[in-house]
Design a protein around this ligand. Structure first.
Ligand SMILES: [Zn+2]
Length: 286
């Protein structure tokens, strides 16, 4: 679980493209390129619990043109990609591994959460929230904590783009031993590094929509951190336009036989998945 492979900077790029491009000015929505398939798509039907089905029916219906406001290629995106600091990201991944375990029942998982909070604040975010909730681990009922930073949009501040990934980890060979090491590099310190780097890069970039950078806890026991966030979002009628989740980025060794990015999607999310493919085609060598 501690092996680091892949190129986290390149993984960040396509995600960053989507975040920037869903938060800026009006352009017609681009169509996915038919002549190239740099991203593997895996679609599937997700059986959502009742409150999630209810949530999907509460927002206004949006077409692709309203979701994606920026057309690639785009000079701002290119400049942000050039500013990506891969060394920072690798240092973040190493630091998170050095906690030894981010299993939700152990204190070092909380320490990692506070460390992530400090990184958001260090790069200039004033609105960083520690959202604690009670949940079930494999063994017991415990408290856990999401870490969420908010960047306010300019012209559409009540619309949100959410970029997230879980920071907790687990020892896959021993779910029930709280003392087992669980350093979790590519599951999922890589995603935390990408979220933090995106937050750093976008801090001073005005965006029409607000952005929520989220690091979830208690994912490994059943997505409890993100479920808790969604429940609150439904309660507050939060207008979430797009959510991009990152899990196990950098897991695969680069290979000519496999697409370097896999987008897991469902039928409701095909528009964003196709848009990410278009962005990656325009701005990377995928
Ligand atoms: Zn994971």
């Amino acid at each position: 679980m501690s092996r680091l492979s892949g190129r986290p900077g390149l993984w960040l790029a396509s995600l960053l493209l989507a975040v920037v491009s869903t938060t800026a000015r009006s352009h017609p929505a681009p169509q996915p390129r038919a002549d190239r398939d740099p991203i593997a798509f895996r679609s599937g039907r997700v059986e959502a619990p009742a409150w999630e089905r209810a949530a999907s029916g509460t927002g206004p219906a949006r077409g692709a043109a309203d979701l994606f406001l920026r057309e690639p290629p785009d000079s701002l995106v290119a400049a942000l990609m050039d500013s990506t600091n891969v060394d920072n990201m690798i240092a973040t991944i190493q630091r998170l591994q050095d906690f030894g375990s981010r299993y939700v029942v152990v204190d070092s998982c909380w320490a990692a959460g506070y460390w992530v909070r400090d990184r958001f604040e260090e790069c200039g975010y004033a609105d960083v929230r520690l959202d604690t909730f009670r949940t079930m681990s494999f063994q017991d009922s415990v408290y856990a904590m999401n870490v969420v930073a908010v960047k306010e949009g300019t012209t559409r501040p009540s619309e949100y783009v959410v970029l997230g990934g879980h920071y907790d980890s687990v020892n896959a060979e021993n779910f029930y031993d709280p003392l087992a090491p669980a350093p979790g590099a590519e599951d999922n310190a890589t995603a935390v590094a990408a979220v933090l780097e995106a937050a750093r890069l976008l801090r001073d970039v005005p965006t029409d929509r607000s952005i929520i950078f989220a690091c979830w806890s208690a994912e490994e026991e059943g997505l409890w951190g993100s479920r808790n966030f969604v429940a609150s979002a439904v309660e507050e009628s939060l207008d979430i336009v797009v959510y991009l989740n990152m899990d196990c980025i950098g897991y695969l060794e680069p290979s000519p036989d496999e697409a370097p990015v896999t987008v897991f999607t469902d039928s409701l999310s095909l528009a964003i998945a196709g848009y990410m493919q278009t962005l990656a085609s325009a701005h990377t060598d995928y």
